[in-house]
Design a protein around this ligand. Structure first.
Ligand SMILES: Nc1nc2c(ncn2[C@@H]2O[C@H](COP(=O)(O)OP(=O)(O)O)[C@@H](O)[C@H]2O)c(=O)[nH]1
Ligand SMILES: [Mg+2]
Length: 238
């Protein structure tokens, strides 16, 4: 495991205030890891910042896409790119510091005993910082709902801080993954579980973003209510 090649994929849309901070923070924790930023042509110039950094930092790369196409599509494009480049371990994380880079060590260490690791808010030792009760109930209730329908033994099904062994992403039909928002995380867990891969959760604390704005809105909420049924009863191919 020591000489495995690691890449960290960060999807961005209007993260100009965060991207220049998170890249050095990641370098500090995992100096050997490369970073792939998948930017949907952010109007605030996030892509330009990354392109500039990449001219002097060979560990940083930009995958630029035309227009905002959603988190799921950004991840699928990023994952395919990483597989093609031969990385052994692919990590996914948000740009807004809700997935604190200092947990990268724990998330990567989880791969010693599993094929997929989820940085989890809801296992013992994990937490969400400063969430009002209503938001906690909505998120945990949504997770319980999806877990019951899907039968996937994961507590934080919508968590987006994850590490994958390349074999898992290779085995999943990435082109058939349809979900865009929180449901994308569920769908990927469901597909990995169906293929027989082992998923573990390690605790993280999840602070709210302090810079920039959240992009995931109410359409995505409805998607996450419907998706578990679609997946479970096979409207989508796997
Ligand atoms: N490339 C791309 N990134 C996105 C898109 N929507 C959200 N993101 C990024 O996905 C991550 C999570 O989004 P965020 O707005 O923080 O969602 P929230 O934490 O659920 O409010 C951030 O790094 C966003 O910049 C999108 O359509 N395309
Ligand atoms: Mg966020």
């Amino acid at each position: 495991m020591a000489d495995r090649r690691i890449v960290i994929v960060i999807p961005t849309y209007n993260e100009a205030e965060n991207i220049g901070l998170i890249i050095p923070a990641i370098h500090e924790v995992v100096p050997a890891a490369d970073i792939l930023v998948v930017d949907d042509s952010s109007p605030d110039g996030t892509g330009r910042i990354v392109a500039d950094l990449a001219t002097t930092d060979p560990q940083v790369r930009l995958l630029s896409r035309e227009g905002k196409q959603g988190l799921g599509k950004a991840y699928v494009a990023g994952f395919k790119d990483c597989l093609a480049r031969g990385y052994d371990v692919i990590v996914q994380m948000d740009c807004d510091f809700s997935h604190p880079p200092h947990f990268l060590g724990d998330v990567l260490a989880g791969l010693e005993r599993a094929d997929v690791v989820i940085g989890s808010r809801y296992v013992r030792g994990g937490e969400t910082e400063d969430w009002p009760l209503k938001r906690k109930i909505l998120s945990m209730g949504g997770n319980l709902y999806a877990r019951t329908i899907l039968g996937v033994p994961v507590i934080d099904l919508t968590g987006g801080f994850k590490a994958w062994k390349r074999e898992v992403l290779q085995a999943i039909a990435l082109d058939e993954v349809g979900a865009a928002g929180y449901a994308f995380q569920m769908e990927m867990n469901f597909r990995a579980h169906r293929k027989g891969f082992r998923i573990v959760e390690v605790p993280i604390t999840f602070p709210d973003r302090t810079r920039g704005e959240s992009k995931l809105g109410s359409g995505i909420f409805w998607e996450s209510l419907k998706m578990p049924w679609r997946l479970r009863f096979g409207a989508r191919k796997r």
